[in-house]
Design a binder for this molecule. Structure first.
Ligand SMILES: Cc1cc2nc3c(=O)[nH]c(=O)nc-3n(C[C@H](O)[C@H](O)[C@H](O)COP(=O)(O)OP(=O)(O)OC[C@H]3O[C@@H](n4cnc5c(N)ncnc54)[C@H](O)[C@@H]3O)c2cc1C
Length: 236
C-alpha cells in the first residue's frame, strides 16, 4: 500500500490546497527496484535511493505513468478533495513522536556498545574506561539521553491524552532527541578511536543511521521555525 499525496487541482497557485491524498494498492515486490504494469497500460516504476545509512528502511523514487487509482481510494471521498496536505499534516505528530523514540534507541545502543568497548580497549596500560575523560564523556551522554527520553515520554503521554494538542511537544521531542542521537553517536565513535570508522564495529552504523534523524519527519531548521517557533508565538 502507498499513501500518495498528489496534485489534483492543476491550478498551481492553490499550493497546498490543490493536493489530495490517495491509498494506492501495489503488488508485493522484493528488492530495490520494481515495475508494476496495469492492463490498460498504466505503470509504476520505483527504484530505491542509495543512502549512506538507514538501509533497513529504504526510500524509493517513483514514476507514475497513466497509473489508474479507483475513486474510492481518495481519502475523505468528495470531501477529501484538496485536503490531502492537511490530512497528512495531522499524522505528523505521531511520526515525530516515534522518530524521537527511534533517536533514543540509537543513542542507547551507541552508549551500550561503547561501554563494552571502553572496558575492553587498553591503551597506555589501562582500559580506556579508566581515563576520567572517558567517564566524563559517558556521564554527560547519559544525562542528555535521559532528558531526550523524558521529553519523548512526555510527548507520548500528551498524545494519549489529546492527540490534537500533542503537535508542539512531539516536534520538540523529535528535535531534541534527534540532536542528542547525532551528538551521542559521534561522541561514542570518538571513544572507539580508529575502530569507530570501521564497519566491523556497530558504532559506525549508528553514526550514519543517526544522521538522517534531523532530516526526515520535518527537516530540523524548518521544524524549529515553523512548528516550534511559530507555535510558541501563536500561544500553543
Ligand atoms: C531516508 C528518508 C526517508 C524518508 N521517508 C519519508 C516518508 O516515508 N514519507 C515522506 O513523506 N517523506 C519522507 N522523507 C522525506 C523527508 O521528510 C524530507 O526529505 C524532509 O522533510 C525535507 O524535505 P526536502 O527534502 O524537500 O528538503 P527541502 O524542503 O528542499 O529543504 C532543504 C533545506 O532548504 C531550506 N528551506 C526549505 N524550505 C525553506 C523555507 N520555507 N524557508 C527557509 N528555508 C527553507 C532549509 O535549509 C532546509 O533544510 C524521507 C527522507 C529520507 C532522507
Amino acid at each position: 500500500m502507498l499513501a500518495v499525496l498528489a496534485r489534483t487541482d492543476p491550478d498551481a497557485t492553490k499550493g497546498a490546497k490543490g493536493l489530495s491524498l490517495f491509498i494506492v494498492e501495489k503488488d508485493r515486490f522484493d528488492g530495490h527496484k520494481f515495475e508494476m504494469k496495469q492492463a490498460h497500460g498504466g505503470s509504476l516504476i520505483a527504484t530505491a535511493d542509495r543512502t549512506i545509512g538507514y538501509r533497513g528502511m529504504h526510500s524509493f523514487s517513483m514514476t507514475f505513468e497513466r497509473f489508474f487509482v479507483p475513486a474510492e481510494n481518495l481519502i475523505g471521498m468528495a470531501q477529501g478533495v484538496g485536503r490531502g496536505f492537511y490530512l497528512q499534516m495531522a499524522g505528523f505528530a505521531a511520526g515525530r513522536l516515534q522518530t524521537g523514540g527511534r533517536a533514543c534507541g540509537v543513542a542507547q545502543a551507541a552508549i551500550e556498545t561503547t561501554c563494552k568497548y571502553v572496558n575492553a580497549r587498553r591503551q597506555f596500560g589501562h582500559a580506556t574506561i579508566n581515563f576520567q575523560l572517558t567517564q566524563h564523556m559517558l556521564g554527560r551522554m547519559a544525562v542528555r539521553l535521559a532528558a531526550a527520553r523524558a521529553i519523548t515520554y512526555a510527548a507520548a503521554l500528551e498524545m494519549d491524552h489529546d492527540e490534537r494538542k500533542a503537535s508542539l511537544i512531539a516536534a520538540q521531542a523529535k528535535l531534541f532527541a534527534c540532536d542528542v542521537a547525532v551528538d551521542i553517536t559521534q561522541q561514542c565513535q570518538l571513544l572507539h578511536g580508529g575502530w569507530g570508522y570501521a564497519e566491523e564495529y556497530a558504532i559506525s552504523r549508528y553514526v550514519v543511521d543517526a544522521l538522517v534523524l534531523p532530516i526526515f519527519e520535518g527537516v530540523k531548521p524548518i521544524l524549529t521555525l515553523k512548528v516550534v517557533g511559530r507555535g510558541l508565538l501563536a500561544g500553543d
